[in-house]
Design a protein around this ligand. Structure first.
Ligand code: DGL
Length: 250
């Protein structure tokens, strides 16, 4: 496949987690992140609104000559992936949900999925897990307050308080699926509450790109649809990375 770069899509810092991980693992490869922070959070939006957002993002990448895109967003992957694949047959869209599920151990027996309201409403994880983990107990819980707290660089005590409420059922669980790409940023907070195995797609994304023989080489770039200074500050605070962020209008 001829693609100028690998596109990464999300509403904000969740996408940056993937950009951070992948640019370190594949330093010669060109990754382009568009963080659509003007529309964050995605998780409370209707399917129609999400379709419109995804359409604009994929179209923008398409116009940049980018035809391989990691949908680093569970909300979009759960809600509009099929529709977007029909709409853009010439673009390959990678589902973050598939990558996350690939990381769940076969031995997982009691699985809790936490994600945005839109992702939970689609039951994307329970549908997939009912095939891959037929005999497991599966519970899906919407955790809508977390994305705003993470994007707002909330302090640990505020995050811990909200997690206590969401994870009240934790004692029954051996695996927590982080069904939102923002949640790897609060792994340490979750660890304080439960020692269940936490699963995300970061490692799965490395495995995915390792299997592709010709990755596009070049420089990498970060765009936001909101405020470049703010995004650079959020990135510096959470990842200690100094990145040049550019603003983009979709
Ligand atoms: N990080 C995205 C996800 O995985 C979107 C979160 C949001 O903007 O609500 O669902």
């Amino acid at each position: 496949m001829k693609t100028k770069s690998i596109g990464i899509i999300d509403s904000g810092l969740g996408g940056y987690s993937f950009y951070h991980t992948l640019t370190r693992e594949f330093p010669e490869v060109s990754f382009v992140l568009i963080a659509d922070q003007a529309n964050a959070p995605f998780g409370d939006k209707s399917k129609e609104e999400l379709s419109e957002i995804a359409n604009k993002l994929i179209d923008r990448f398409h116009k940049m000559g980018i035809s391989l895109i990691l949908i680093a967003c569970n909300t979009l992957s759960a809600s509009i992936l099929k529709e977007m694949r029909d709409e853009f047959p010439e673009v390959e869209l990678i589902s973050i949900i598939d990558l996350t599920i690939s990381q769940i151990k076969d031995s997982a027996k009691r699985i809790l999925v936490i994600a945005t309201t839109a992702t939970i409403n689609q039951k994307a994880y329970s549908k997939a897990l009912s095939k891959s983990h037929k005999n497991a107990w599966i519970n899906e819980v919407a955790t809508p307050k977390l994305v705003d707290l993470i994007e707002g660089l909330a302090n640990d005590s505020d995050i811990d308080e909200v997690l206590e409420e969401y994870l009240s059922d934790k004692s029954k669980v051996d695996t927590i699926v982080l069904g939102c790409t923002h949640y790897p940023l609060i792994k340490k907070n979750i660890e304080k509450i439960t020692n269940a195995n936490q699963v995300d797609a970061l490692e799965g994304s490395i495995e995915y790109f390792n299997k592709i023989s010709e990755l596009p080489l070049g420089t990498s770039k970060v765009f936001t649809t909101l405020d470049a200074k703010r995004f650079a500050h959020q990135i510096k605070t959470l990842f200690n990375d100094d990145v040049a962020v550019e603003e983009i209008v979709l």
